[in-house]
Write a new protein. Sequence first.
Length: 154
Amino acid sequence: MSQRVVAWGQELREVHKRLREALGLARSAVQDGASGPTAVRDLQLYCIGFCAALTGHHRAEDATLFDVVLAAEPDLALVIADLKRDHSMLDQLLGELERGARSGADRDELLRHLDGIEAVMETHFRFEEKKLVGVLDEADRPEADKQKMLGPLA
């Protein structure tokens, strides 16, 4: 008898919630940051930490989670291809943010990077949740831990 993955769809939503919160922390660090070396370190911590968390989430989806979805619903291949393209776009945007944070870009530039990331990320998350949560809730339980399936914030 196979176990059901009732929690995977909810886990995906929870990871997305944590990533939204991490983006909020990065934005606060930029908006509220003071000047000087401590502020630069804090900014790098929040921005680069957010970048690592979102990238880790997408790498886990690409390597593991999407295979579970496709095994359950092969007809979602085009949806998965679209989600992977979003991942690639977000990788580029995150790289720009990380370079800006490391090089000491000004507040307005960093906020523009965060705005772009947030716009793509929100559209991506909503689409992903709409298309995948039901499938994940019905799929057979894979032999994988949460972090392997959903990344470092799982």
